[in-house]
Ligand binder design. Structure first.
Ligand code: 5BU
Length: 253
């Protein structure tokens, strides 16, 4: 199995992710886009055995208290998955430093992975790094998006890749629709994955785990509604886990 990213140069969060991936035979992230603390905890518990990442949008939780992220943190450590807060930071360094560290959510106290647009320039990386002092956190840069008619140009994507490659002390990889860098230390995670639908009516585009992992060379599939909106999220998570893992095995054969 080649997914491991276990070179010594790899980001410590990627290293941990690779260990979970190999132990659990899973390259699945669940996007837990539910809106109450109770639903989020119940979903996390039901899919815990099948995932290596739980992706949150903590600001859509209507009844947030720090107790929620404490419980998620404990569950993640016990069940062996990482927490990725999909906040998509996009401001100047000083502002994102506060946004990741302070406010209601205090993201850097509990998340393992965060992400950002490089649009404001390199200062966003430095600001987030400053706000994440004291805990091991990996940053994913948004190099491509799944949505229809998005404004990512090829040159913007290329510049994002280049910037990731020279900031590997904090940047662990990309959110993208395909593998973009030859640097094996950088990991690619792909949202917009669903085995039953081609898209939604608000601009989302879907691909299958096979297309994303086997054909496009990504490492991790991120699945939201395909799992949490199904009648049985646990068995849906198992199906996506098996599909994404077989695709990875075929790719690496
Ligand atoms: P879905 O229910 O599987 O469509 O949810 C996809 C999730 O991934 C959702 O939380 C989005 O905010 C997130 N996402 C995405 O869909 N596409 C992107 O390019 C990025 C994030 Br970046």
């Amino acid at each position: 199995m080649k997914f491991p990213y276990l070179n010594s140069s790899v980001h410590p969060v990627s290293h941990k992710l690779a260990q979970y991936t190999c132990d659990k035979k899973s390259n699945l992230a669940v996007s837990a886009d539910v809106t109450t603390a109770k639903e989020l905890l119940a979903l996390a518990e039901s899919v815990a055995d099948h995932i290596v990442i739980l992706k949150t949008h903590i600001d859509i939780i209507t009844d947030f208290t720090p107790d929620l992220t404490e419980k998620l943190r404990a569950l993640a450590d016990n069940a062996g998955f990482l927490i990725f807060e999909d906040r998509k930071f996009a401001d100047i360094g000083n502002t994102v430093m506060h946004q990741v560290r302070d406010g209601v959510y205090q993201i850097s106290r509990w998340a393992d992975i965060i992400n950002a647009h490089l649009l404001p320039g390199k200062g966003i990386i430095d600001g987030l790094k400053a706000g994440c002092q004291g805990r091991e956190i990996g940053l994913l840069l948004l190099a491509q998006m799944s949505s229809k008619n998005n404004l990512f140009s090829d040159s913007y994507t290329k510049e994002t890749v280049r910037t990731a490659e020279i900031n590997k002390d904090f940047v662990m990889g990309f959110i993208a629709q395909e593998k973009l860098s030859d640097d094996e230390d950088l990991i690619t995670m792909t949202p917009g994955v669903n085995m039953a639908k081609k898209g939604d009516n608000l601009g989302q585009n879907y691909h299958t785990p096979q297309q994303v992992i086997q054909d496009n060379g990504s490492d991790i599939v991120i699945v939201g509604r395909g799992i949490y909106a199904s009648d049985d999220p646990k068995s849906a998570a198992l199906s996506y886990q098996q599909a994404a893992w077989s695709a990875l095995e075929v790719r690496n054969a």
